[in-house]
Design a protein. Structure first.
Length: 131
């Protein structure tokens, strides 16, 4: 939607993710987003402390995208910094559409019945109701 507006000459302010290369998005007036590294690290530390290093822990994202990979990688690093012996499962891309992602989340839970918690970058509805 943002690109469509920009192409029509409508000024756009982006949110959600940082736009690091503004030259590739002409017409973008500004952007606002959280510091994805800081919030991922904070989430990893908080989850590690809350779980008292129980595991395994699932780490997922909606799609394979650079910003989402930065988040999942930093979450994993921070979690393991507190709980180096806890298993953090390999990051899985669940899919953008709920019809794709719910079965993928269910497959992770089925394959890991001892799963303690999950960290998802994206719509948490992918996991709701599966436990």
């Amino acid at each position: 939607a943002g690109i469509t507006a920009i192409n029509k000459g409508i000024p756009v302010v982006g949110d959600h993710v940082p736009v690091l290369d503004r030259e590739n998005v002409p017409g973008l007036v500004a952007w606002s987003a959280p510091d994805i590294i800081e919030f991922a690290r904070n989430a990893g530390i908080a989850m590690a402390e809350k779980l008292e290093c129980a595991g395994p822990v699932a780490n997922s994202q909606s799609q394979l995208a650079e910003n989402e990979s930065v988040i999942t990688d930093n979450f994993r690093e921070a979690f393991l910094g507190v709980c180096p012996d806890t298993e953090v499962l390999e990051t899985r891309a669940l899919g953008l559409e709920l019809s794709d992602s719910i079965p993928n989340a269910a497959a992770i839970i089925t394959a890991h019945p001892d799963l303690e918690r999950k960290r998802s970058r994206g719509n948490c509805n992918r996991w709701n109701g599966l436990h």
